[in-house]
Design a protein around this ligand. Structure first.
Ligand code: GAR
Length: 178
């Protein structure tokens, strides 16, 4: 991974499929001096993703497959619900990271909170990790635990975890770039 030297920010693309709360949060942090990345491109797997509104709001380009042209050095998957091709992963080896709503290696894939509650787990959480061709299996960058209370259902748990996601995603980017 290219490290950030001096004031120059690392150009980053964020991939989304949904409402984009992680995207919005990363944009917010990217504007702070201490965070060495800028968000230069938003890529969505669907034109229906609510998160695309942030393209207009923050004047960030949203297009597909122009990563090279935009000199993108880092790709952040943020609720991106498609599996990337092996070819793409190879091309951006070591430069794609993802946030996943579980304490990996536990609960790869979908419905992580439902599984954690059903299994009577005491903790849930989220993980930022490098993306490899094996689903949710790359090296872990940061992870944060959340206590599951007896009152939690998967909605309340996902809200609690999302709050932690918004803390660890920018921190993880900072960690790998500085
Ligand atoms: C987040 O909880 C993220 O961890 C999860 O989707 C949500 C997206 O929310 N990602 C995955 O499940 C990836 N397999 P957002 O659109 O508000 O950032």
């Amino acid at each position: 991974m290219k490290k950030s030297i001096g004031p120059e920010k690392i150009k980053t693309a964020v991939f989304i499929s949904g409402k984009g709360s992680n995207l919005k949060n990363l944009i917010k942090f990217s504007k702070l001096k201490q965070y060495p990345f800028s968000i230069d491109l938003i890529i969505s797997s669907t034109s229906k993703a609510k998160g695309l509104k942030y393209s207009k709001k923050y004047k960030i380009e949203k297009k597909i497959i122009i990563l090279k042209k935009k000199k993108i050095k880092l790709v952040c998957l943020a609720g991106f619900m498609k599996i990337l091709s092996n070819n793409f992963i190879k091309k951006f080896k070591g430069k794609i990271i993802n946030i996943h709503p579980s304490l990996l290696p536990k609960y790869k894939g979908l419905n992580t909170h439902i599984k954690a509650i059903k299994n009577g787990d005491k903790f849930a959480g989220c993980t930022v990790h490098y993306v490899t061709s094996k689903l949710d299996s790359g090296k872990i960058i940061l992870q944060k635990k959340v206590k599951i209370s007896r009152k939690d259902n998967h909605y309340s748990l996902s809200r609690k975890v999302l709050k932690k996601e918004h803390l660890i995603y920018p921190a993880a980017i900072k960690k790998i770039l500085s």
